[in-house]
Design a binder for this molecule. Structure first.
Ligand SMILES: [Zn+2]
Length: 333
């Protein structure tokens, strides 16, 4: 990885850190704040490589010298990475770190440590670390990575230069979820629903959401292809899954996405389709549903979303929705 890769994803972060490297004005402690998946660990490693590399090109590390190689393989004697042992980072782990770092560097005076998930430091570990950060040795650099700054001691935050990582773009969230092992079509669907990587990840792992997604697919398919089945699907599947108004809102959001997908097929924009595993079904629907119908259907679904509040029965709202969509299909097709 090079600094220009960081610039492409995290422009502000790249600017602050590369300015520091170019002018050789680095602070002793940085606090990287940002969601999981925003690249904090990779940037910390790149930063360490730039700090130690013997053969830099500008500020980019060469990736080939013994310093770079040992950092990349996790074997550099003067770089320590601390991460939670179990659920937290304990006082003993910080004590080990301090002990190691009290001696001068093995090969030079340069020392570097990275604390992953610093928001998981126990209170006593955080206090020991604080004392250490308050009296930095001249060539020691610390990077603390955390998702939630509110879980950190104010005294630690005030000792660090804060580097805020921007939330991920929808494309980046999708590829992050796929990298974590979730199916592409599922990752795409949740990314269309939320811009928060943590919420997206939770939905991907939620069995209810997988059921909701497949019920909506069956329902939308039956609605136009086997209209008599649609009512059975509605009672046997949809009503069981979308059984309160919050869940029904999500279900209606999925129907909106479905209809937009049909529209995208009409407009020959297959790559924008969200239900990417249903492309054949969507194509069949695009053949029987005119653009006018799809536009009408979208406004009917959005109207149902407005009518759905805590007092309404989700099932009756969706029932009326189904009738209106089928009527619409009759007059538009
Ligand atoms: Zn190098």
């Amino acid at each position: 990885m090079k600094w220009q890769d960081v610039e492409a994803k995290q422009k502000k972060v790249a600017k602050i850190l590369t300015n520091g490297l170019k002018s050789d004005r680095l602070v002793h402690a940085y606090l990287f704040i940002g969601d999981r998946g925003t690249g904090k660990k990779d940037v910390a490693q790149l930063f360490a490589c730039s700090y130690f590399c013997q053969n830099k090109q500008g500020i980019d590390p060469c990736g080939q010298c013994s310093e770079c190689k040992r950092i990349l393989s996790g074997n550099h004697p003067d770089l320590m990475v601390v991460k939670p042992d179990g659920r937290s980072i304990k006082k003993e782990q910080v004590a080990t770190l301090i002990k190691e770092f009290t001696y001068r560097g093995v090969e030079s005076n340069k020392k570097f440590f990275i604390i992953e998930q610093a928001d998981e430091l126990t209170a006593s570990a955080a206090n020991s670390l604080l004392k250490f950060i308050e009296e930095p040795q001249s060539q020691t650099i610390a990077i603390l990575c955390a998702e939630n700054r509110h879980k950190l001691l104010d005294t630690i935050i005030s000792r660090c230069q804060l580097i805020q990582f921007a939330p991920l773009s929808p494309e980046a969230i999708e590829s992050q979820l796929i990298e974590e092992g979730f199916a592409k079509a599922l990752a795409r669907t949740v990314t269309a629903l939320t811009g928060d990587i943590n919420e997206a990840r939770a939905l991907c792992g939620d069995e209810w959401f997988a059921n909701a997604r497949s019920s909506v697919i069956h329902f939308m398919e039956d609605l136009y292809n086997q209209s008599n089945h649609a009512i059975i699907t509605l009672y046997e599947q949809v009503s069981l899954v979308l059984n309160d108004s919050a869940k029904a809102q999500t279900g209606l959001d999925l129907m909106v996405i479905w209809m937009r997908d049909v529209l995208n097929i009409h407009m020959d924009r297959g790559d924008a389709v969200i239900f990417s595993d249903q492309i054949e079904t969507l194509k069949k629907q695009a053949l029987i549903l005119s653009v006018d119908h799809v536009a009408g259907a979208l406004s009917i679904i959005l109207d149902a979303k407005r009518r759905l509040d805590s007092n309404s029965q989700p099932i009756s709202v969706i029932e009326q929705l189904a009738l209106r969509l089928q009527e619409g299909a009759g007059s538009y097709v």
